[in-house]
Design a protein around this ligand. Structure first.
Ligand SMILES: [Zn+2]
Length: 206
């Protein structure tokens, strides 16, 4: 499967409704598919380098691993919505329900704290004009990315993931994953990448 790891800038102009990158000098780390049994390990690595990230949580995972979801908030990270069941289905009624159900779960984690922002990330980055309209109605910002680490891709080596992380530039929104496919690579390369990148950038929250 082909997908761009570095999203070209013209895409931003094609879909200006979505946030693709920021215009400042910081880096914006994002973690998708949380919580999972690997969340504590990712939180530990981030804490070691004093880095905060924005986590996009899957609703059914919040129900399954509520303590790990709470730990993300307690450790000062930001949380956004990554749908309830993480499917490719964008049918209007289904999609709206997926978003609202997860907004409700996020509000139980963080009723009035600043960790919760009105952010949504599409599963698999798939969207259409109907789903964009629904997010607008619900006052949620669709957050895409400018740099995809490909940590989930079995055909991409840990070294290649490290090199993608090293290629980060100012304002990049970087995607990593909190799942079974990614953890082995992140365990190996994320500490190295954070050590290097924290000398070049500050890390901001979305
Ligand atoms: Zn995802």
């Amino acid at each position: 499967m082909f997908y761009p790891k570095r999203v070209p800038k013209f895409i931003d102009a094609l879909f200006p409704q979505c946030l693709w990158r920021k215009a400042d000098d910081a880096l914006y780390l994002t973690v998708d598919d949380s919580p999972s049994p690997h969340t504590p390990e990712l939180l530990e690595i981030l804490a070691r380098y004093h880095v905060k990230a924005t986590f996009f949580l899957i609703g059914k995972h919040i129900e399954r691993y509520p303590d790990y979801a709470k730990a993300i908030v307690q450790q000062g990270h930001r949380i956004g919505n990554h749908s309830y069941s993480h499917t490719r289905n964008l049918h209007e009624t289904f999609f709206r329900d997926e978003v609202i159900r997860t907004e409700q779960l996020l509000s139980t984690l963080c009723a009035s704290c600043t960790a919760r922002q009105s952010l949504f990330r599409f599963p698999y980055g798939r969207f259409n004009f109907v789903s964009l309209r629904i997010l607008k109605e619900l006052n949620l910002t669709p957050v895409m990315w400018s740099l995809l680490t490909a940590d989930f891709d079995a055909s991409v080596s840990a070294e290649a993931v490290l090199n993608l992380l090293r290629s980060a530039t100012a304002g990049d929104i970087v995607v990593m994953h909190d799942n079974e496919k990614s953890i082995q690579k992140l365990r190996a390369v994320l500490p190295i990448a954070l050590g290097e990148l924290s000398r070049r950038f500050s890390f901001n929250l979305l």
